[in-house]
Write a protein that binds this ligand. Structure first.
Ligand code: XMP
Length: 507
């Protein structure tokens, strides 16, 4: 492996690995305490220290082994990774701000450096995404400032030391909002570390098929199937390898959108997998009765979902459960490296079957690419994601009932229809329609205490960070008029908050 990424607790560590794959280079992610053992058998061409939520001043802040500083292997530190480098090399880090900073910062690259080569020198600065609490007060000896913030305090946000082969950036080149982030990685990989390309999408499909053969051998497996791009891609990738030993299972928990079951059946057929649908609406509604807490809701959903899958596995005689879990699901569920729990995704729980998630290191846009390579049609490869707990997590702060499910399902259909009619649905990465509490309205001269529908369209590539999509005002009015036709809907809200600080789903 050419590049080792040391995970120091960032939500974005997997994004670094993804950014390198996009440039055709594989990498391995290591926890700080795995580094020394790994280095005994491996000689990487470069190392990247991820960001992290800690401050170097905290006693339990993640600590990579300091020996990596003496190997002569090029190192790129990102955010906390850079701060760790500065503090270990006797520079000074400012006392932490009382609050972490998130969001866009304009950055000016001020000198020619191998890391910032080919980045146009915009005098207003380039957009970067920052998420940090500390800043650099004094550089260690021998270091140069290669970038500073275009703010009045001109913070140091990029450093280099050619002799030591150490670079650092305070912003996150791995998030898509950072302009020229890929150029920075390309410079690090190819100019500095002299890496060669060793990753491609077709190679990944080949590897998944080979692994399916090795892992499952003569045994049987069930595939959790939602008809989305992830599970359809897994199905199309391993279906031909496992043949009759694979059965896709779709659980209809009563949480699907309108006409979704028909679409799921169609997508299974296109992906070439045998599908069994389990109708379990009543069981889920009963289990969720009276529940409002989002995490409890997810745990209950996860448990019942797991039980049903287990029963289906027993019926089919399967020893394996295969799922289309992606990297963000694992990261946000706190199942990867050092990252903290944001929300428990339903398909990341424990179940007494052997489990395999062939797509666990990938992000959505990479899966779309694999889907296209597998010949799946745009209806699948470009399909918007929909969370496993479905409409259950789109009924906010009030218990799930059949009536509320019907309202939010109907609202989802109206908004989708309107956006499609205006040919803008495809501009949105994910459309979230949620029922968000009650308020007062007037209908036919009478006071109505009805529901608010929140319309949240977001744009993103990786679903880790997003910006809001602004629906043109004429179409917004059309949506408001359409939704308030429903006797129980009195208000429509449009939510364009970015992630972070908001998440895509409302709970
Ligand atoms: P958030 O809300 O965490 O969403 O910004 C990121 C992506 O994950 C989806 N999501 C889920 N998917 N089970 C899933 O299968 C879940 O519990 C879950 N929660 C969020 C969300 O729709 C978005 O695409």
């Amino acid at each position: 492996m050419q590049i080792a990424i040391i995970d120091l607790g960032s939500q974005y560590t997997q994004l670094i690995s993804r950014a390198l794959r996009a440039l055709g280079v594989r990498s391995t992610i290591l926890a700080p305490d795995q580094v020394n053992a790994w280095l005994k058998n491996n000689r990487p061409k470069g190392m990247i220290l991820s960001g992290g939520y800690a401050s170097v001043y905290e006693s339990n802040a993640p600590q990579p082994p300091t020996g990596i500083l003496d190997l002569g292997t090029p190192i790129l530190g990102i955010c906390y990774g850079m701060q760790w480098l500065v503090s270990k090399l006797n520079g000074k880090i400012c006392a932490p701000y009382s609050q972490k900073q998130y969001g866009k910062t304009q950055v000016i690259f001020n000198i020619d450096d191998e890391l910032s080569a080919d980045i146009p020198n915009d005098k207003n600065g380039n957009v970067t995404w920052m998420s940090h609490g500390d800043s650099i007060d004094q550089l260690p000896k021998g270091f140069l400032t290669i970038a500073y913030s275009a703010t009045t305090d001109r913070q140091i946000v990029g450093i280099s030391n050619l002799d030591k082969k150490i670079w650092g950036v305070m912003f996150h080149p791995e998030v898509t909002q950072t302009e020229h982030g890929q150029t920075i990685f390309a410079n690090f990989l190819f100019r500095i570390c002299k890496c060669c390309k060793d990753w491609s999408g077709l190679g990944a499909i080949h590897n998944i098929r080979e692994k399916a053969q090795l892992l499952i051998k003569g045994e049987k497996a069930i595939l959790g199937f939602s008809g989305g791009v992830d599970s359809s891609t897994v199905g199309a990738a391993i279906g031909p390898t496992l043949g009759p030993n694979l059965l896709a299972i779709c659980i209809d928990a009563g949480n699907l959108r309108q006409d979704e079951l028909t679409e799921i059946k169609h997508n299974a057929q296109v992906a070439g997998v045998r599908l069994k649908i389990v109708h379990a609406q009543r069981r889920f509604l009963k289990a969720l009765q009276g529940i409002t807490d989002p995490q409890r809701k997810r745990r209950i959903f996860q448990k019942l979902y797991g039980q049903i899958l287990l029963t289906q596995a027993e019926k089919f005689g399967a020893q394996w459960l295969i799922q289309g879990t992606l990297a963000p699901d694992k990261i946000e569920s706190g199942k990867v490296g050092q990252s903290t729990v944001i929300k428990t995704h339903h398909n990341t729980g424990k179940i007494s079957l052997k489990q395999w998630d062939p797509l666990a290191e990938f992000f959505k846009y990479e899966i779309r690419d694999l889907a296209r390579k597998l010949g799946l049609p745009p209806g699948i490869s470009e399909r918007q994601p929909f969370p496993g707990p479905g409409l259950f997590v789109r009924i906010i702060d009030t218990p799930v009932t059949v009536e509320k499910l019907q309202i939010v399902r109907w609202a989802d259909k109206q908004v989708t229809k309107t956006l499609r009619r205006h040919d803008i649905y495809h501009e949105i990465s994910q459309l979230v329609i949620a029922l968000t509490g009650r308020s007062v309205g007037v209908k036919g001269d009478a006071r109505v205490y009805g529901w608010t529908i929140t319309v949240r369209p977001v744009i993103t590539l990786d679903f880790m960070t997003t910006t809001g999509y602004h629906i043109p005002s004429g179409i917004k009015t059309e949506i408001e008029n359409a939704l308030t036709q429903h006797p129980k809907i009195v208000r429509v809200a449009f939510d364009t908050t970015s992630k972070p600080p908001a998440t895509i789903e409302l709970e």
